[in-house]
Each structure stands twice: as structure tokens, then as C-alpha cells.
Design a protein around this ligand. Structure first.
Ligand code: GDP
Length: 530
């Protein structure tokens, strides 16, 4: 079988070159710095043809724009694509704000690997833990980067203990720091036993100065700092903390490296690890757990929907991750959940502020489809051979607010806005006969989602609204049979979510436990992610 000008072999080759990943972290750990450094470094190496040495060059904002234009890297609001060695990277963007939102979870459904940044001074923070959990749920292998090693922080061995104890993953350092945090001299490469010494380059240079030395030369150069690094690495060896590809891919161990993104230290190594260790785009399981081989006809699923990004383009974008075959602009695909055709003549990639047409994409790539009002997060699209990928489950909301239109004459706009925000997954919409359609309840994982919703209702949908907090913090899935019993309980409310789930809301877990104790037969299941 062939797809246009590409043979199955070509498609398998392209898929095997793809590394589709996200950089994730607690805010401020250096996600933006690392993202930029990765792209610029890959680009600079490609240009200079050099992989070592002090060939650092200044990267400026205009450089960045120029790179966009050159198409060496492409910046979109959803994914950054660039090449390094023989690999094609798709760095999928995750929301940067402090609240853990549904969005992050959805985006992670589109990647094959995650780079987890940990701030050397802070260790594991609240969001780091949540993100580790999400990756565990989805079996996403994690490469851990201890960032900001140029600043005083925690002890390296203690950090490894913390990772192991709190995440359950076995940390298997690939590199080990020479010099404590705050005194970053370089790293011991635990695979080769060699020393990579870092030297600072001019501010803004894309490539850090890196020189490689043998262990003997390193001992002469760094003295005690080198001996300590070797001793600590031996300790890790004794604990069997060495990289193992199988347990890494199974989400049981995590390779670790030390870096300073702001100085570009370790960025080169991270790119290499992504090529050498991160999994390529592979067959994806459908709803029935059947694998869809990468060389099957085109298929993909929507992992993000966005609207109103630019007042000049007031359309709706659906971002798909390609799972199999070649995406070719102009093809008419089938929308799996409705069976209706979906024309892709408007398929585009968004580059920064400008849009550029995408003509083709391979498994692992991300494509933005415009005029995609029929598509919802989790929907599948395919060509010729039907496939439906598993839906993207939603998180259990922990914050609830009633929303009302300030101006009743704007009810139409109000309804349209709510529906749109629901489709995009900005908030979850819950309704009941009791509350009526004029005052639905919004559910969110983090309170910032409400701020986004309120702002967009006012400015984008021209439907100013008021929000009123409800005293619930916990949702459980229930069944219609349980509703009469639950309705008699005080401070418990049952609502329908727009995806058809029936949710019972409780003020806190003590209230939930009380109800469960009185009525042990009630169905009250946690909204687990799968
Ligand atoms: P994000 O919120 O995770 O995207 O973090 P940013 O990339 O915006 O970084 C947050 C702050 O940490 C910025 O002031 C960066 O300059 C700084 N930063 C990032 N990486 C490093 C690093 O390796 N060393 C030091 N000293 N600062 C860093």
C-alpha cells in the first residue's frame, strides 16, 4: 500500500525519526528557557555542522524570528518542530500557568515522552508531583532534568532519594554533576566515564562551551570535586541505579541528567538523550486496544481545541496528533464519531503570529486544522480504514461555581460562550433541572480556569457574567438509581455533566464518607483518569 508518493517503508522511516515530547515542570523551574535552548541549540548545531567546541553564537530575538521564517524550526501555539541529528522533534507545548489544568493532561495524551524539569533548589514541588502522576497513568516515559545546577541548591544524592521515595520511579543518572549545586563545573558521563567540562560563553550564546576529558585528566583538573563525583557515581552503581531502557519505557525508571538551561549547560546532552532513549512514533492502541500500525492509512486524534486566538482569524482550530499514515492537505477525512466527511483544505500550522500551510505530516507530528467547529477534544479522524482512538478522560473537578449572564438580553451569546468553553475543555459544564439552563455550574481543576472563562465570556462572546462559588470540593460518579437517596442528603448535589456522566458533589471527603457510611450501597466512584 502506498499513500501518495510515500511507500509504507517511507512512512515507517519517518515515524521512526519522530520524537514527540513535552517539557513539563512546576512553574519557574525553567520550562520556557529549556524549550528555547533546545530549539536554538539543535538549530545552531545543524547550521554550524559542529557538535562540540566553543562555536557558540549569539541568539537574539530577531534570530528567533528569522529561524521561524527559514522553517528550520517552526513555532506554533501547539508544537515546535525542529531537526537534530537524523531525528525530527515535535516539542508539544503545555500550558504555562500555575494552575494544573485539564489542558496539560490532554496535551500529554499527544506525546510519547516527557522531559521533567526539577529546580535543584526546590526539589519536587506540588505540580511536579501531579505531573509525575499523570505520566504514570498514561505510561509516559520520563527523562528527568535537574535544572539550575549553577545555583546553590540541594545535594544531588538527596535529590535522587527524594525522586525515588516520592514518585516510586528509580532514578538512573546518565550524567552526574562535578561540583555541588552553585559550583557547576561539568558532568561525569556515567556511561563512558569521561568528563564533560562546561565553560561559560557570552550571554545569549546558543551552545555552551563543552570539552571532554578522560577520567585521569579530569582528576588533575578538578581534584576533590571529581573524586566526589566518581565516589557518588559508584554508590549509585552499587544500588543498581543504572539506565535500563526497558524499565524506562515501562515507566518504572527515569534517566536523570543535570543541567543549567539558562547557561545552555546540558542542553546538548538532553537532545542526544531524546534521540537515543525517547521512543519514536509507534503503533497506537485504538478504543478496542487494537494497535493502529504507523503505515496504515492516515489517522489522528484531536488533543486540543482553540478559538479566538487572533481577532483577524476568528475561527476554531483543532490540533491533531498524527498516529498513522501521511497527512496530506486537501484530503477529505472521516470524522469517526459522526461518520461525516471532514475536508482538510484549510489545514494549517500556526507559526507565531503568522500562519503557514502544512502540506504533509507524518506519525508523531502535530497539525492544526482550521474551521474545525465540528471537532471536539478526543475525536478521531481517519482515511479509508476506520479507527477510533480512546477518548481523553477528564480530570475530577475540585472547584465549582455557578455562572449567570449579567444581562439577560445576552442569553444567546451566553449560551454560545458556555458551549464553546465546554468544547475546548476550559471548564466542565454541569447542569440540573433544579438549577435550570440560565445558571449552570462550572467545574474546574484549578481556580484560574474560572478567570479564563469569565474573561473570555466578557471579551470574546460579549456576554458579561457573574460567578458565585459553591461549597463543594469533591465529585463522584453516580447512577440515576442513586439520585433519590442522594437528593435527601444535606449539602450534596447531583448534576449532569455535558459528556453524560452523572456527578454527585460533596463539600469534602468527610461529608462523602458520612454519606457512604449511611448508604453503603450507593454508587460513588472516583473519576479516575485512565
Ligand atoms: P518556566 O516558568 O518553567 O517556563 O520557567 P522559565 O524558563 O521562565 O524560568 C524561570 C526563571 O528561572 C527565569 O528567570 C529564568 O531565567 C531562570 N532560569 C531558568 N533556568 C535556569 C538555570 O538553569 N539557572 C538559573 N540560575 N536560572 C534559570
Amino acid at each position: 500500500m502506498t499513500s501518495g508518493q510515500y511507500s509504507d517503508k517511507d512512512i515507517r522511516h519517518e515515524a521512526s525519526r519522530r520524537r514527540t515530547f513535552a517539557v513539563i515542570s512546576h512553574p519557574d523551574a525553567g520550562k520556557s528557557t529549556t524549550t528555547e535552548a533546545l530549539a536554538l541549540h539543535a538549530r545552531a548545531i545543524g547550521q554550524a555542522g559542529a557538535t562540540h567546541g566553543k562555536a557558540g553564537r549569539r541568539a537574539t530575538v530577531s534570530d528567533w524570528m528569522q529561524m521561524e521564517q527559514d522553517r528550520g524550526i517552526s513555532i506554533s501555539s501547539a508544537a515546535l518542530q525542529f531537526e537534530y541529528r537524523d531525528a525530527v522533534f515535535n516539542l508539544v507545548d503545555t500550558p504555562g500557568h500555575a494552575d494544573f489544568s485539564e489542558d496539560t493532561y490532554r496535551v500529554l495524551s499527544a506525546v510519547d515522552c516527557a522531559v521533567m524539569l526539577i529546580d535543584a533548589a526546590k526539589g519536587l514541588e506540588a505540580q511536579t508531583m501531579k505531573l509525575f502522576e499523570v505520566c504514570a497513568h498514561r505510561n509516559i516515559p520520563i527523562i528527568t532534568v535537574i535544572n539550575k545546577w549553577d545555583r546553590p541548591g540541594l545535594d544531588a544524592l538527596e535529590l535522587m532519594d527524594e525522586v525515588q521515595q516520592r514518585t516510586g520511579l528509580l532514578p538512573t543518572p546518565i550524567t552526574w554533576p562535578v561540583g555541588q549545586s552553585g559550583d557547576f563545573r561539568g558532568v561525569l558521563d556515567r556511561t563512558s566515564g569521561e568528563y564533560t567540562k562546561y565553560t561559560r560563553t557570552d550571554g545569549g550564546a546558543t551552545i555552551a562551551g563543552e570539552d571532554t576529558y578522560t577520567a585521569e585528566a579530569a582528576a588533575d583538573l578538578e581534584g576533590d570535586a571529581w573524586t566526589t563525583a566518581v565516589d557518588e557515581s559508584d554508590l549509585l552503581e552499587m544500588e543498581d541505579q543504572n539506565h535500563d531502557q526497558e524499565t524506562f519505557l515501562a515507566g518504572k525508571s527515569t534517566p536523570v541528567m543535570f543541567a543549567s538551561a539558562v547557561l545552555n549547560f546540558g542542553i546538548h546532552k538532553l537532545l542526544d538523550l531524546l534521540v537515543d532513549l525517547a521512543p519514536p512514533a509507534e503503533a497506537r492502541l485504538d478504543k478496542d486496544d487494537e494497535p493502529r500500525p504507523v503505515d496504515d492509512p492516515f489517522s489522528g486524534f484531536v488533543f486540543k481545541v482553540q478559538a479566538g486566538m487572533d481577532s483577524n482569524h476568528r475561527d476554531r482550530l483543532a490540533y491533531i496528533r498524527v498516529c498513522s499514515g501521511v497527512f496530506e492537505r486537501g484530503t477529505v477525512l472521516t470524522h469517526a464519531s459522526t461518520g461525516k466527511p471532514f475536508a482538510t483544505k484549510y489545514a494549517q500550522q500556526v507559526f507565531g503570529r503568522d500562519r503557514d500551510v502544512v502540506d504533509e505530516a507524518f506519525p508523531g507530528d502535530v497539525v492544526g486544522l482550521v474551521n474545525a467547529s465540528a471537532l471536539r477534544v478526543g475525536d478521531s479522524l481517519y482515511l479509508d480504514k476506520k479507527v477510533e482512538f480512546p477518548g481523553i478522560p477528564t480530570f475530577s473537578p475540585e472547584h465549582f461555581m455557578v455562572i449567570r449572564a449579567k444581562d439577560s438580553s445576552k442569553y444567546k451569546q451566553f449560551r454560545r460562550g458556555i458551549e464553546q468553553l465546554d468544547h475546548e475543555g476550559v471548564i466542565q459544564v454541569l447542569r440540573s433541572d433544579l438549577r435550570g439552563d440560565q445558571a449552570p455550574v462550572l467545574g474546574a481543576v484549578g481556580p484560574m480556569q474560572f478567570e479564563v472563562a469569565e474573561d473570555r465570556m466578557t471579551n470574546e462572546f460579549n456576554a458579561p457574567c457573574t460567578l458565585e462559588r459553591l461549597n463543594f470540593s469533591l465529585a463522584r460518579r453516580t447512577t440515576p438509581e442513586c439520585v433519590p437517596t442522594l437528593a435527601r442528603e444535606r449539602s450534596v448535589e447531583v448534576l449532569h455533566r455535558s459528556d453524560g456522566e452523572l456527578l454527585a458533589l460533596f463539600s469534602d471527603r468527610w461529608r462523602l464518607q458520612g454519606v457512604q457510611k449511611n448508604h453503603p450501597d450507593l454508587v460513588l466512584e472516583p473519576l479516575v483518569v485512565s
